[in-house]
Design a protein around this ligand. Structure first.
Ligand SMILES: [Zn+2]
Length: 565
């Protein structure tokens, strides 16, 4: 092992000030900070400042001087302690820094659109613009960002008839700070003091004791204690240092809709030394993952060029899906009603509240689902003794146009989220994650490398573009489409681009399985779970089904596989 210890941060949230009288102190604080941040952001909302903050390598609170923070409430200048002002400039600076990419994208899009025009279909336009930008500036942006920017430009042009080519980014986009977040990062003990001893965090926080603090004496220290729950104590034991890093103060919305202030403390953890960097894929046991629409995920274990386990499918339970579908439709229904009537029409406020409430519920369910699926993928990888997970790279993924049904929208969202979650969960567990180009993974036969066709079910022989089944006319291999894609993910990872290999020419994956996934030697997956920091995935969220019984033709398809003999 090399001497440099790799570390990862993991943050945990703790409720603060459970005493009710003290809640209002937080409210004063949050209100004042939010107001001052918003005003500072509006003052600094110029292209000069966006560039200045983005170009500087310093911490943002050093670029934006804390003296710039000022606030007037009821004709009185509010007094902020200097470290609080620092936190505010840090927060505003981070927003400006994040906005810089969007600004760059805006101008690059404008430049590209000048040649292409805004008229064509949005999906086509996004692709064209992305290609043009890449050719001209060599710059790469996320598709969603380009889509957003082009949507904005089109609205401005078509709806308001503006001459978009002369617009400036800062005139078009208005900044708004929606959520209250206060970073204690730049503080040095003058706004928050804390010590962590024996799983108890004692803290003191400087808060205003009146709603309009105008002198130093209007700010006082509020003391409190956080007892770290037992389930987190075990995790924190593994941290490099028991003392956490400086926290963020946030508001967290609980399930019933109550909002409570929380302190989010990050701890430094050693990165799992199991991660082997830059080792050949062939030498490892890998878990290949395909994230699809019908099957949320399809998993296959491969080793040394062979497929060594039958596929595992992760599906969403029908009842669970119906629940989410209803919520989607509920939000859409409210949205429709909101768009019919003018803004200040009677009942609009109530509807808007309802939309937020339903949307939060929907979002919670989606998040839960994404966590459950990614946890299952990671535990499967661990249980089967894999050291690496192969996943398709979603950057090049463009959601299919046309049908916008709920399952498609949900699963497109889930794919992105699962991909993000896997990135950090793999790090925690010590698995390597490799993303591969998904080009044509569901059209080529993984057993022989020839182009196959999609059919409706194993008995039909007519090609159908939307068919769930794949059939190879060359070698007769038949299987579920997602299963094919998963095997091809393994092949795609092994493509040697220097020898100009493609998915057609790279080696096929023969099956060499025992019928059941191999178990990790000596490892007990149940004992592992709590240290992984993974929620135990209940059976209620989704059902896991291995090949047996669910896709009957696949068992027979493996016997028809010529490479097996
Ligand atoms: Zn074939």
């Amino acid at each position: 092992m090399d001497g440099k210890l790799m570390t990862v941060y993991r943050a945990f949230r703790f409720k603060v000030a459970p005493v009710h009288q003290k809640q209002e102190l937080f409210q004063y604080f949050a209100y004042l900070v939010q107001l001052a941040s918003q005003q500072l952001l509006e003052r600094l909302w110029t292209e000069d400042w966006l560039d200045k903050v983005a170009r500087s390598m310093k911490k943002t609170y050093k670029v934006i001087n804390e003296a710039q923070v000022s606030l007037q409430v009821a004709n009185q200048a509010i007094y902020f302690p200097s470290r609080i002002r620092r936190g505010i400039s840090e927060r505003v600076g981070r927003i400006l820094r994040a906005q810089h990419t969007q600004k760059e994208c805006f101008y690059d899009c404008l430049q590209a659109v000048e040649q292409i025009g805004l008229e064509s279909n949005l999906n086509t336009l996004v692709k064209k613009v992305a290609r043009t930008i890449q050719l001209v500036n060599g710059q790469y942006y996320r598709y969603t960002l380009i889509r957003q920017t082009l949507g904005l430009l089109r609205r401005l042009n078509f709806k308001y008839g503006l001459d978009v080519w002369t617009l400036r980014y800062t005139d078009v986009v208005q900044p708004a700070i929606k959520q209250f977040v206060f970073p204690y990062g730049p503080d040095d003990g003058q706004a928050l003091r804390y010590t962590c001893t024996g799983y108890i965090i004692n803290y003191q926080m400087k808060l205003p004791v009146v709603s309009v603090p105008i002198t130093r004496r209007d700010w006082q220290w509020l003391a409190g204690t956080i007892i770290i729950p037992v389930r987190l104590q075990k995790k924190i034991q593994e941290a490099v240092d028991i003392q956490p890093q400086r926290p963020l103060l946030k508001y967290q919305r609980l399930k019933g809709g109550i909002v409570v202030p929380v302190l989010q403390f990050p701890w430094k953890f050693p990165e799992n030394p199991l991660i082997k960097r830059n080792t050949k894929i062939k030498a490892q046991r890998v878990l290949c993952v395909d994230l699809g629409v019908r099957n949320l995920a399809t998993l296959v274990v491969c080793e040394a060029g062979y497929q060594i386990s039958p596929p595992t499918f992760i599906k969403l339970l029908k009842s669970r899906f119906r629940h989410i579908e209803r919520l989607y439709n509920h939000v859409a229904g409210i949205q429709r009603k909101l768009s019919y009537y003018p803004v200040h029409c009677v009942g609009q406020g109530r509807r808007r509240e309802e939309r937020i409430r339903v949307y939060n519920k929907l979002d919670r369910l989606r998040q839960e689902l994404a966590h459950a699926v990614s946890n299952e993928i990671v535990t499967t990888a661990w249980r089967t003794g894999c050291t690496m997970i192969l996943l398709e790279d979603l950057r090049s993924f463009n959601p299919p146009k046309g049908k916008k049904n709920v399952s498609r929208r949900l699963n497109n969202w889930l794919r992105g989220r699962i991909s993000d979650l896997l990135t950090y969960k793999c790090k925690q567990v010590g698995l390597q994650l490799l993303k591969v180009n998904p080009w044509q993974t569901s059209t080529i036969c993984p057993r022989c490398g020839q182009r196959g066709k999609k059919i409706k079910d194993p008995t039909s022989h007519i090609e159908k573009k939307t068919g769930r089944f794949f059939s190879c006319t060359h070698c007769g291999f038949q299987a579920d489409r997602d299963y094919i894609a998963t095997l091809n993910v393994y092949r795609a990872a092994q493509i040697n681009r220097r020898q100009q290999e493609t998915l057609y020419t790279t080696k096929p994956v023969p099956y060499k399985g025992t019928g059941t996934p191999p178990d990790r030697p000596g490892g007990d997956p149940v004992a592992l779970k709590p240290t992984l920091g993974l929620a135990v995935t209940g059976g209620c969220l989704f059902k896991m089904s291995t090949m047996k019984g669910t896709v009957p033709s696949m068992a027979s398809s493996t016997t028809r596989d010529p490479l097996l003999k």
